[in-house]
Structures are given as C-alpha cells and as structure tokens.
Design a protein around this ligand. Structure first.
Ligand code: SF4
Length: 353
C-alpha cells in the first residue's frame, strides 16, 4: 500500500489506539487526533470520534515498536513524535501543554485566544470545538506572548520544533484578533527565530493584515467551503463575509508574504460537490494561494460530532485533480515556510503533489 493511500485512509477512517497518547479532546481546527509518523509522512489521525470504532485500522505495540494494522494485517511501522516540552511547567505552575502543543512532526501550535465571539451564538462554525478544550480546562483562555516565547524555546531545544502555527478565536474587535497574533508572534520570533504562521478571518479593513508583515512568515485565511449554501448551513459567521472579501484578503496577503505563503483550509464532506472543491482550488492556486484540503473531522462535542468524514476514494480523486492544478500553477507545499501547509498532517494533498 502506498504511503499516500494509507494516509488518506487514516485521515478519513481513523484508527483505534491503545496505550498511546490519543491527543487532546476538543480544540480549534481538526483536533482530537493523534500524530502518526510513517513512510516519510505525517498524519493527524482521528482516534476519538465515533466512527473510529468501525475503522479497519488499529495500532498495536510489538516488541517496543508500534505497528499500524488493517484488519489485523501488519501495514506499516509508526512512530509518535517526541514532545518532552509538553511535560514542563511555567514558573507560575501552568503546564506547557495548556499553552501550546506539538502538531505534526515539528510544529508548535496554539490558539492564542481560545474564545470566539460567535461561540454562544447561532453563527458559530459547527465543525469547531474551540471552547470545548477551555471548558475541560485542557487549555487557558489567553496565552501571553511571554508564555508562548518560553514554551517555543523549550520546544525548539528539546523536541526540534522548526515552525509555529498560531490561530485565534475571532474577537469582537475589527482586527479579528490580528493585532494580538502579531504581538505574540513577535515575542516568539525574538526568543526563538522560528518561522511563524498565523490564521485569522479576513478583516473588513484589509490594511490590518499589514501589521503582520514583520511578525509572521505565512498566513491562513480560511474559506472552509466554496459552496455558499453549505457555508450558510455550517458557518454562518463566515457566510456573512462576501467571497470577494476573501479574494481581496488573499491577494493582499500574497503581495505581503509571497507565493505559496498564503493558504486556505477547504473542508471536504459538508455537502459540497467535488467540482466546487476542484474549481475553488483552481481559483486559489491561480492567486498563488495553497488550498489546504482536509476531510471533515467530526470532533466529539462539536455540533458535527455525529457526521461521517468523506470516503477515502472521494478524497483521493479530489487530491489527484487538485495536485495537477497546483503543478500547472507552480504552487507547492515545498515552498511554504511555516504552518499547516508545511506541517501537512491534516491534509494529504502534499503527498499527492
Ligand atoms: S496541519 Fe495545521 S492543524 Fe493540522 S496538525 Fe499540522 S499545524 Fe496542526
């Protein structure tokens, strides 16, 4: 079985694990997964969702090593990344793993502001679990720049972290959390020199993005789906932002950060057609933006927890098609300096390039 096929299967079907860290419950983005390293790639594999019990995959310990099996048959050896830093605490006694986590093989990730202005409203994104990990005290509401700088330095020294992903819940201020992302990123950069990625909603005033110019290396502005009806259904807050505003935000960001340094999550499996994803990805690639296509991750506790991810075959078809489009436009994950595109644990698109 080719590595890319196994990765798609694992992203869509999940795997049962025992005796291995299953990953934290809740969080922003495709949370509630374990980071699997195998065959030269990395995958953020669902280990806690309901459908995992039906997956043909499981991980077994064998002579001190871990092995992925399919219906009991040995498929590949698997490793789990080292995260020594997550066991440390700050001087005030806050565990580092409440401040940031290791994502993928070598990325430090955190949600700088773990609250979202839409959370307790009908406008919140149904696929998101941002405030769940806060409720369960697995994290803290607002990470201070100096705390993140301290954790990032330890992660770099102890676990060879090479880049950082910063995301944020949307704030009620017009900058949508961008100013705090910039402040945090500056502190991390000064302490560690690591490459940094920041994710945010398109601000109404585009010039607000400019403040990130010297603070981060790459940005993510996430459209989630190109199907506006689906978007209205699953993420009303985002559906209220005109598509043109996304386009303008991507364009401005490419001007600031360069080709392949801007990305957008595109979630497959929320009711959209294959064409919507493929055509939308073409629009992005032509702008120099990387379409970070992920299968829907129904996170336990989120409004979509009972949904099922799309089939692996559907994802393989989409990845094949979009990889061709990326190639034609000279867009590649290899050119990207930091964040999800460089990490690639949640999407197998890079593996199809
Ligand atoms: S791709 Fe992004 S969200 Fe997924 S594990 Fe990597 S850094 Fe985290």
């Amino acid at each position: 079985m080719e590595t890319k096929d196994l990765k798609v299967d694992l992203l869509c079907l999940g795997a049962r694990v025992s005796g291995v860290d299953k990953g934290r419950k809740g969080g922003a983005g495709p949370a509630a997964g374990g980071m699997f390293l195998f065959g030269g790639t990395v995958a953020n594999v669902p280990t806690q969702s309901w459908f995992v019990s039906q997956s043909p995959y499981n991980v077994d310990a064998e002579n001190g090593k871990y092995v992925i099996k399919r219906d009991g048959e040995r498929i590949s050896e698997v490793h789990f990344p080292s995260k020594k830093f997550e066991k440390l605490k700050t001087g005030e006694g806050i565990p580092y793993n409440k401040i940031a986590l290791l994502h993928g093989a070598d990325c430090l990730a955190t949600t700088t502001i773990q609250t979202c202005v839409y959370w307790n409203t009908p406008k919140r994104c149904k696929f998101c679990a941002i405030e769940l990990s806060l409720k369960s005290s697995a994290t803290i509401a607002r990470k201070k720049p100096e705390q993140l700088a301290e954790v990032a330095l330890a992660a770099k020294k102890l676990d060879h972290v090479t880049h950082v992903t910063l995301t944020t819940g949307t704030t009620s201020t017009p900058d949508r959390g961008i100013n705090y992302l910039a402040e945090t990123a500056r502190a991390i950069k000064e302490a560690t020199g690591l490459s940094i990625h920041a994710q945010f909603e398109p601000p109404e005033e585009l010039s607000m993005i400019d403040v990130l110019y010297d603070a981060v290396d790459t940005v993510g502005i996430h459209v989630e789906t190109f199907d506006r009806k689906v978007l209205e259904e699953v993420a009303l807050c985002k559906a209220e932002i005109p598509f043109q505003q996304y386009i303008e935000a991507w364009k401005r960001s490419v001007k600031i950060f360069g080709d392949c340094q801007v990305s957008s999550y595109v979630i497959a499996g929320m009711g959209e057609s294959d064409e919507s994803i493929i055509e939308g990805s073409k629009v992005l690639a032509e702008l120099g933006v990387y379409p970070f296509i992920v299968p829907l991750r129904p996170i336990p506790g989120s409004d979509m927890e009972n949904e099922k991810p799309p089939s692996p075959n559907r994802m393989r078809y989409i990845y094949e098609e979009v990889a061709g489009i990326l190639h034609d436009n000279g867009v590649s994950w290899r050119k990207n300096k930091a964040g999800c595109v460089r990490c690639r644990a949640c999407s197998a698109l890079a593996d199809f390039e």
